[in-house]
Design a protein around this ligand. Sequence first.
Ligand code: AMP
Length: 394
Amino acid sequence: MKRTITDIDVTGKRVLLRVDFNVPLDENGSITDDSRIRKELPTIKYLLAKRAKLIICSHLGRPEGQYKPNLSLLPVAQRLVDILPLTKIKFAADCIGEKTEEEAKNLKEGEILLLENLRFHAEEEKNDPIFAQKLASLAEIYVDDAFGTAHRKHASVYGVAKLLPNAVGLLMGKEINTILGALENPERPFTAILGGSKVSDKIYVVMNMLNKVDNLLIGGGMAYTFLKALGYNVGKSLVDDTKVELARNILAEAEKKYVNVILPIDHICAESLSPNARPKKVRGVNIPDSLMALDIGPKTTKLFAKTIKKSASVIWNGPMGVFEFNKFSKGTEKVAKAVAKVNGKTIVGGGDSIAAIRKLGLEDSVTHISTGGGASLKLLEGEVLPGVEVIENI
Ligand code: AMP
């Protein structure tokens, strides 16, 4: 488990908090969605309640090491002022340098200093040690709450964490401790459900899961590379021909490890991937040459749901079909409902799986919704993320 802010004494301390305020902006520089700022509020409010002197840093967009006025964090500072009207919030026009050091030193308990975009300095992405030192000199404690950048060895994620006593914030703490906890010490039977379109994105997750899970349910577009590997006819379904051999090896490995891999046994197909496509049920595993599978069929759905129901912990990432079209969304919705009914730990990640859970109003019925994107997939792959590795364990 990683040390979080509740494990350390931050009272009255100068805390450098790395967040993800990489918000979308329109052409006038206005924030179009402030959910990344709002998600950070629990950590910010916790630290302010402890009378910390809060120095917040983030990147925004890809300025490539140069000052770009349209990628300034000033609009974020203004939004923070709107959201936290009772807190004194200052904005530092540069994230390092003498003036910023002065501003950080003069910060009072319960005040915030938001630093300008870290990526205005090329040194940030190069994990430059002098730049990291300058950032570290602003504070006494470093807190990382930007899980989405934890797989990047940047100065504000890695270098600075090496130089100060460190911890993760509430957002990142929940994300990593829930996922790592589930992977390291799962309640059994432990089931992983993987779907979505790109086998190449998730093949390493499948490989890592073979060492962890009892059941592996594979649906969505990625299932057809595995079915092809087993010699079934997959028609016009999505297949990554470069991964068929690897898929075959993985299935052989799964057998050796006694992992129960379940692939679709029936399908909802169509002649093409279009909103007007007429769904056709294909009752067996083999798919006629003229069709492509766009959702798992009812027998598969039942089989998946039965396995999920018997599980004590579940990780789900990726839709079971082309969830965007109603007629191909049933498999995903039924899997969502089955996952929500599990009493044990349930972790849901990936845009479409999260959308399915939200559409059905089941957010409160799962343990954790993992919004970490690429970084969460890397954790599931068993990769050591620099921004996670560098934080002290407890
Ligand atoms: P990913 O980004 O890998 O999680 O994949 C999500 C995408 O997979 C969604 O846009 C789905 O429409 C797509 N998808 C799911 N199942 C299929 C399928 N059987 N054939 C083609 N695309 C699929």
